[in-house]
Design a protein around this ligand. Structure first.
Ligand code: SF4
Length: 211
């Protein structure tokens, strides 16, 4: 019998709407944030409608993103948001596994509830869940809007799935609005637990282009 050769893991791809190397408004500490492209829920008041369409944006391998994350010095970990990260569970599982092996943490948003994910038929969803330190579950619901740490509506829950951030359990229940503005050469983007009326007014002002 010849020696059994272990097959290399097939490359997994991610369709990324945007990323930001350093954010302090998408989980504990400073984090590398990935906005995954595509979400079918169409929640009224969604803060990121540009990430809803299932269109091709930046296609990158999980290994490629892991390299970028691991080259970013001093961060606590990576955050997955969107869009719906669980629609790209396989690639994110691979990415999460690689960055956790180097001591980084994983924070993940999803429009599904934890119970729905735990009952999923998709083994990659279950595999990804096992890599997540903190999960924020449930879609944004406009009639339950609230200024809460890391989330924008009361139905969304914070699940500490590992012990890594358990010291923050009390903090996670406190009201808090965190907004972060990222000013690029030709762009301005916002992230964090944004107040809907404020965002609408700001977008209106920016559209008016007061130069
Ligand atoms: S689940 Fe999240 S990303 Fe998807 S439409 Fe709702 S608020 Fe937007």
């Amino acid at each position: 019998m010849g020696e059994r050769v272990r097959k290399p893991h097939p490359t997994t791809w991610l369709n990324v709407g945007a990323w930001q190397e350093r954010s302090v408004a998408n989980g504990p500490g400073e984090r590398f944030v990935l906005w995954l492209q595509g979400c079918g829920r169409r929640c009224p008041g969604c803060f990121n409608p540009e990430f809803q369409p299932f269109v091709r944006r930046e296609r990158v391998t999980s290994e490629g993103v892991a390299g970028k994350v691991l080259r970013t010095e001093g961060i606590d970990g990576v955050s997955f948001t969107g869009g719906e990260p669980m629609m790209q569970a396989r690639g994110l599982f691979e990415l999460a596994r690689m960055v956790r092996a180097r001591g980084l943490s994983v924070f993940c948003y999803t429009g599904f509830t934890l119970e729905e994910l735990q009952g999923s038929w998709n083994p990659w969803v279950l595999a990804l869940l096992r890599q997540v330190d903190v999960l924020i579950d449930g879609p944004y619901e406009q009639d339950q809007a609230a200024a809460l740490r890391w989330r924008g509506s009361r139905n969304q829950r914070v699940h500490f799935l590992t012990d890594r951030y358990r010291s923050l359990v009390g903090d996670a229940q406190k009201p808090l609005v965190e907004m972060e503005f990222i000013i690029g050469d030709s762009s301005l983007s916002m992230t964090g637990g944004l107040d809907e009326a404020f965002v609408a007014r700001l977008q209106q002002i920016l559209r008016e282009d007061p130069r």
